[in-house]
Design a protein around this ligand. Sequence first.
Ligand code: ADP
Length: 202
Amino acid sequence: LKSPYHGGHLEVIVGPMFSGKSEELIRRITRSVIARQNVQVFKPALDDRYHHSAVASHAGRTVAALAVRSAQDIRAHLSGEDALLRGDSPATPDVVGIDEVQFFDAGVVPLVLELADSGVRVILAGLDMDFRAEPFGCIPELLARAESVEKLTAICTVCGAPATRSQRLIGGAPARFDDPVVLVGALESYEARCRVHHVVLD
Ligand code: ADP
């Protein structure tokens, strides 16, 4: 169960939607718990307050996680600054996991580097590309700085080939490049697709 790295380090798990990123994060976190390490997992909060939650895979496995609004929330929690949350977990865990890391602000990069430098095993999971197949937020920098990168594939819903991209559908039709990220009232869905079957309308 020991990590192959000496001391703190950064592991990044990427891929499109449905590629098993959350499953892989849960697998690694579960093994750390079995090894009796102190673990703290974070994920972005969709609402404006942070709360106890869980990372869940599409297949239904879960691990406890704290939903937070920003990288600063993670920093405050780990340093014990937040009196409300103090006592939830040891101030400095052995392992820090972050799911959906592409949704965090740029402050997440210096934070995870500081954690790794101070001896923490950091495991990140997130989308490497957005629905347009453009690199997503601070993921490129995290990939460059990581000790370990795992790029997972899903299964293309059209042809069954390995899928590397997330197809955004609005009312069943491919989304446009400049469609707003949040569409009020529209029926929106996502599918895993390969390069050939991934469509972005101009
Ligand atoms: P991610 O975090 O990358 O979105 P999850 O770990 O939540 O992925 O879910 C992965 C699971 O989703 C797979 O093990 C499988 O059971 C299911 N799944 C549903 N659709 C697909 C697909 N098109 N390709 C691969 N897995 C899929």
